[in-house]
Design a protein around this ligand. Structure first.
Ligand SMILES: *Cc1c(COP(=O)(O)O)cnc(C)c1O
Length: 422
């Protein structure tokens, strides 16, 4: 469910006409819907027992305005760098709702988390435990820690976003989990709080989650038996979203929450969830204008003004995004098969191959759907292209929440060393 729909023949974000918005802010641009973000957050939060911490995965969409929208609803944050941590704090997420994940936290980043007083560190290796112990000792603190365990389950998702198999870099191997907890307990400046697991992203079945959570629940029993105090279970993120309108929808949050609640019933632990994609993906679109329609020998290319530097997912993961015209197509409009491509000088700069669309011409607008997660956050200035700006809509209002840099501002980021100055 999202709040992008046709009204008076044109695609709107809530009550804002995307064609008018394109004229006002220029193309390409990301557009996020407040009502959709809020709805997704609420539906997800309501699916879990009271007291569950819903820590939005900032890496999915780190725009301050998006984070603030969620923070106002009570969301916490799952961060993977000190930069994300500072953004979450700046957006009003209280430190005691922030969890710090990631395999490569530096000591400097740990210090930022400790000084802020975050809720917990999700630690992914023994050397990280030792480093955190050292940093928290020198800060005169004890670091709250959940250890991320790798349950060695197949998430049945794209290999590049699968994290719960033994051969990925994530988490402590299942066979060493108990030793890792023993190590943590022996470290003076570490306070064990719970267990953490995250098996991947865009997971469209409950079975892999269920397999992982079942293992985690068993581990909680074993760890408690060994005298560790386990008061929280962080189940990670990863519930998928429908990228194709015509595919079977992924499981509902309610079913996911009921499964998690059932498995952890009686353990008397707080649950933590780290959804990213599920909250943000369908709350955003990337609006782009057709620059040229080019006919090759075998194909028609729709060359649009957004590129892989704006939205990397198709190039990186072969991801599918539905694409729709901003002007509503009529049933009898002629149709055409297009490769929808960007201007970047890479063959992988393609948003869709052989896509059936109403016939389009230069100047027409299209919206690339389900682009609110892992979209703008992954953008770059490759080809010295200023990344697409971001706009947040609320009802009939809109605001640019990250402006477009101009070419000169991009140019001004480089420096000439002294020996090249004449
Ligand atoms: C990426 C990530 C998430 C968010 O995953 P989604 O699929 O966007 O819900 C949560 N936790 C961790 C540790 C992650 O790396």
């Amino acid at each position: 469910m999202n709040h992008f729909s046709y009204q008076d023949g044109r695609l709107h974000a809530e009550d804002v006409d995307l064609a008018a918005l394109a004229d006002a802010v220029g193309t390409p641009f990301y557009c996020y819907s407040t009502a959709t973000l809020e709805r997704h957050y609420r539906v997800f939060a309501e699916a879990f027992p009271k007291g569950t911490l819903i820590a939005f995965a900032v890496k999915a969409n780190g725009n301050l305005a998006v984070l603030k929208t969620l923070a106002k609803l009570g969301a916490g944050a799952d961060v993977v760098s000190s930069g994300e941590l500072k953004k979450a704090l700046a957006a009003g997420v209280p430190a005691n709702k922030i969890v710090f994940s990631g395999v490569g936290k530096t000591k400097a980043e740990m210090r930022v988390g400790l000084d802020a007083g975050i809720y917990q560190f999700n630690v992914e290796s023994e050397p990280e435990l030792e480093a955190l112990n050292e940093v928290s000792g020198s800060a005169g603190k004890r670091a709250p820690v959940s250890i991320r365990v790798n349950p060695d389950v197949d998430a049945r998702t794209h290999a590049k976003i699968s994290t719960g198999k033994a051969e990925t870099k994530f988490g402590i191997p299942w066979s060493r989990a108990q030793q890792a907890y023993a190590l943590a307990a022996s470290l003076k400046n570490i306070e064990i709080t719970g267990v953490d697991v995250h098996i991947g992203s865009q997971i469209t079945q409950l079975a892999p989650f269920e397999a992982a959570f079942t293992r985690v629940v068993e581990l909680v029993g074993v760890l408690r038996g060994a005298g560790h105090s386990i008061t929280r279970i962080d189940l990670g993120g990863g519930l998928g979203v429908p990228y194709r309108i015509d595919n079977a929808p992924p499981p509902e949050p309610a079913a996911y929450g009921a499964m998690a609640a059932q498995l952890t019933k009686g353990l008397n632990t707080q649950l933590i969830l780290e959804p990213g994609r599920l909250i943000a993906a369908n709350a955003g679109v990337l609006v782009t204008r057709v620059i040229y329609v080019k006919s090759g020998e075998r194909k028609h290319f729709l060359i649009v003004d957004a590129g892989m530097n704006d939205l990397l997912r198709p190039a990186l993961y072969d991801a599918h995004h539905d694409i729709v015209p901003v002007r509503e197509a009529q049933p009898n409009d002629p149709r055409e098969r297009y490769d929808v491509v960007g201007p970047v000088c890479e063959t992988s700069d393609i948003f869709a191959a052989d896509r059936d669309l109403p016939r389009l011409k230069d100047g027409d607008l299209v919206a690339i759907l389900t682009a609110g997660a892992y979209g703008a956050v992954m953008s770059s200035a490759y080809n010295v292209r200023p990344p697409a700006p971001e706009v947040l809509v609320k009802g009939g209002e809109w605001a640019v929440v990250r402006p477009r840099m101009d070419d000169d501002a991009l140019l001004a980021t480089d420096r000439i060393p002294g020996w090249l100055e004449a």
